[in-house]
Design a protein around this ligand. Structure first.
Ligand SMILES: C[S@@+](CC[C@H](N)C(=O)[O-])C[C@H]1O[C@@H](n2cnc3c(N)ncnc32)[C@H](O)[C@@H]1O
Length: 567
């Protein structure tokens, strides 16, 4: 990077101007740096010139069919239909360039007896023969000077996209609050990559980069620290339908066929060459006989939030710096949960103790950027039991998939009661102001599933039925079960043989909400049933781990996972 690799600062319109006492802010900026500007790919996007608008300012002359040349009138610019029939609008161009050269700067005598003089420190842009050809082709104005080349408006009615994009708007129908305009992202991809190239966006959000890359036949990788974003992006990609582009010889690697424009230039005329063909990189040739969907994708997450798990969990060391911050975090969360929480000084997994009417409750807080693990729950319970406390509340931002199982095993063993409590994701973002605890914490609720067993001799097959999903009602601040067919389930996934660590999507079910418009595109009938959310899985055999996992993503992008042993 570094300033020598600066490429451009692009400003683009956003939909709403931020209200301010002063000048409204109506644009965002795209700061473009290359890793190595010497190796940068740049494919200009060409916009059609608009007569009287972009790219046409210099076209101030008009040539009539009888050869008369005059300035273009203002009302002809405003309304080009006022131009006389057969009139050609043109700009003038210089036929010389800087630098004297022995063979390229000599006087040229034209057939009309005029002599063109190059002048000191200049040379002709094309050879003297070329200049004569331009004269024969009526491309030179019959006057002295160097700005005598006639560049007609229609020689190339395009202009490269500049760094001011006033023709874009914020994304309509956003599925993510900070969703970027797909026109902006597409332009970045088209200007700097070719089909088949690999694009990386470390801040996936709703997956605009992946969506645009998929649409333009680029490969992509993206990531996000938020699961909500990953779920929104996954759904967006899996329910997208794209135009099918014609390829040069049947494979994407051979390139996408692009619409092209011809460019007549001074040198193509001077050397009698065919006008150059210029690709319009943002205009692929669409093959209407097919549509495309997103190709196979893999969604991966750190199976164990590796770093946090490795560090252990939230065990305090009193001290300064990081340790003091950690202590403060635990205190704040515990106090938000129970005002009366007595913070425990000792290291261990019981971070605070609160009093109920009848008994004590041990509180254990999960890591700030990781999941509550089965080990944390186990250890917190052991620590609590050692102090004679029989109720343990484990608070976390996220939980390992098998925590439901761990809780019931601990409770089955006797005496102890374990509550798993979700901390609302924006709790810290709100500056930890004193809010009602029931607004910030809700019991961890797992998806409600049923496993139907179908035994045929030795063979055991299963089907999983999704009955419901637990949803946090933001208005009422409570967690409620909603029936699986109530429209709150966005997608659910089944791991038919869960190894306890890595969730593998064996079966996936989506609620597309809107049926993709395949009928119009392919003139084919698709049963709407194909797009409704299936609540019963396909039949599958029991395998090695004797355990299944079901992950449900609700319409807000929150996911919860339930694990079930098959006995
Ligand atoms: C402005 S949004 C991106 C929007 C996206 N271009 C779209 O069209 O939806 C930024 C995203 O970056 C994610 N993010 C922020 N910090 C991150 C980090 N350190 N690593 C990965 N993702 C991060 C946020 O969760 C958020 O989803």
């Amino acid at each position: 990077m570094g300033k020598s690799n600066f490429c451009s600062l692009i400003s683009f319109n956003k939909t709403t101007g931020q209200t301010s006492r002063l000048v409204p802010t109506v644009c965002d900026y795209l700061v473009w740096y290359a890793k190595d500007i010497g190796q940068l790919k740049y494919r200009p996007i060409l916009l059609r010139k608009e007569f009287g608008g972009i790219g046409s300012v210099e076209y101030t002359n008009v040539e009539l069919p009888d050869g008369t040349i005059r300035r273009i009138e203002d009302d002809e610019i405003e309304n080009p239909s006022r131009l006389p029939q057969g009139a050609r609008v043109f700009a003038t161009g210089d036929i010389t360039a800087d630098g004297w050269s022995e063979g390229g700067s000599a006087d040229i005598r034209l057939p009309n007896k005029m002599t063109l003089k190059c002048g000191p420190n200049l040379h002709w842009k094309v050879s003297s023969k070329g200049i004569l050809r331009l004269f024969e082709k009526h491309r030179l104005l019959p006057r002295e000077g160097h700005r005598i080349y006639k560049r007609y408006y229609d020689d190339f009615p395009y202009i490269p996209l500049s760094n001011v994009w006033t023709d874009v708007r914020g994304e309509p129908g956003k599925s993510y609050v900070v969703q970027t305009s797909s026109t902006v992202v597409s332009r970045c991809l088209l200007m700097t990559t070719d089909p088949g190239d690999l694009v990386f966006d470390p801040t996936c959000g709703s997956g605009t980069t992946a969506y645009c890359a998929e649409r333009s036949a680029r490969r992509w990788i993206t990531c996000d620290s938020s699961r909500v974003a990953v779920n929104v992006a996954r759904k967006r990609l899996l329910s997208a339908v794209y135009d099918h582009y014609a390829t040069r010889n049947g494979t994407v690697a051979s390139g996408i066929k692009l619409e092209s424009a011809t460019r007549v230039t001074m040198s193509s005329l001077a050397y009698d060459r065919e006008p150059e063909k210029v690709d319009l990189v943002d205009q692929p040739v669409i093959d209407k006989s097919a549509v495309r969907v997103t190709g196979p994708i893999e969604v991966m997450s750190l199976g164990r939030y590796s770093i946090e798990d490795w560090k252990g969990y939230v065990v305090r060391e009193s001290g300064v710096g990081e340790a003091a911050k950690l202590e403060n975090y635990i205190e704040v969360i515990c106090r938000l949960y129970r005002k009366d929480a007595a913070i425990q000084g000792a290291t261990g997994l019981v971070h605070a103790v609160a009093e109920n009417e009848k008994h004590k409750i041990a509180i254990s807080v999960g890591p700030l950027s990781g999941r509550v693990t089965a080990k944390q729950i186990n250890d917190a319970v052991q620590d609590a039991l050692a102090s004679g406390i029989l109720e343990v509340h484990v608070l976390g931002w996220a939980f390992e998939a098998n925590v439901g199982e761990v809780k019931s095993q601990l409770e089955k063993r006797g005496k102890v009661k374990v509550e798993l409590i979700m901390i609302r994701p924006d709790t810290l973002a709100e500056g930890l102001k004193a809010t009602q605890p029931e607004m910030l914490f809700s019991p961890l609720a797992l998806p409600d599933i049923e496993v139907a067993v179908d035994k045929n001799g030795k063979e055991k097959h299963l089907r999983v039925i999704l009955n419901g999903v637990a949803l946090f009602d933001r208005k009422r601040r409570t967690t409620e079960y909603k029936a699986a067919d109530s429209g709150y389930v966005s997608a659910w996934y089944l791991d038919e043989d869960y190894d306890g660590d890595c969730f593998v999507d064996c079966q996936m079910f989506f609620d597309f909400k809107k049926t993709p418009n395949i009928k119009a595109a392919l003139k084919a009938e698709v049963d709407p049933e194909e797009y409704t959310l299936q609540l019963t899985s396909q039949r599958f055999p029991v395998r090695g781990y004797n355990r299944i996992a079901v992950k449900v993503v609700d319409v807000y992008g929150n996911e919860s996972t339930v694990v079930r042993d098959i006995t």
